[in-house]
Ligand binder design. Structure first.
Ligand code: FES
Length: 121
């Protein structure tokens, strides 16, 4: 592959990265990069950056172990009935609560600001 094509490919790949800010349960803030072309959800991105998100059900909206708060005003898809049902059973639910596994990573989420919800002991 010639260098010009390689550098064009790298630039294209970089354009597919967005940045997400995440605050962990100790109040520490992290800036995370996430690719928009890998069909990932937010829970998978948080886990890939070693944040303490269990994701017990693997992203099926069945456990709430990926519960987070959305602090920015990004337009997210409305929660599904399954997500709403799960949040109804979760602890520490706020108006801005979402299950991170139900949030698909896409370009419009660049700059998203999330916080991990507390876990019940
Ligand atoms: S990983 Fe289980 S609800 Fe999100």
């Amino acid at each position: 592959m010639d260098l010009r094509r390689l550098s064009t490919k790298c630039i294209t790949d970089l354009e597919k990265l967005i940045t997400i800010t995440c605050t962990d349960r100790e109040g520490e803030k992290y800036s995370l990069e996430a690719p928009t072309d890998m069909n990932l959800n937010l829970m998978e991105v948080l886990r890939a950056h070693d944040l303490p998100v269990e994701g017990v059900c693997g992203g099926m909206a069945l456990c709430a172990s990926c519960h987070c708060y959305i602090h920015s005003d990004h337009e997210l898809s409305d929660p599904s009935e399954d997500e709403e049902d799960m949040l109804d059973q979760a602890f520490f639910v706020e108006d801005n609560s979402r299950l991170s596994c139900q949030i698909k990573i896409e370009e419009s989420l660049d700059g998203l600001d999330v916080e991990l919800a507390p876990v019940s002991e």
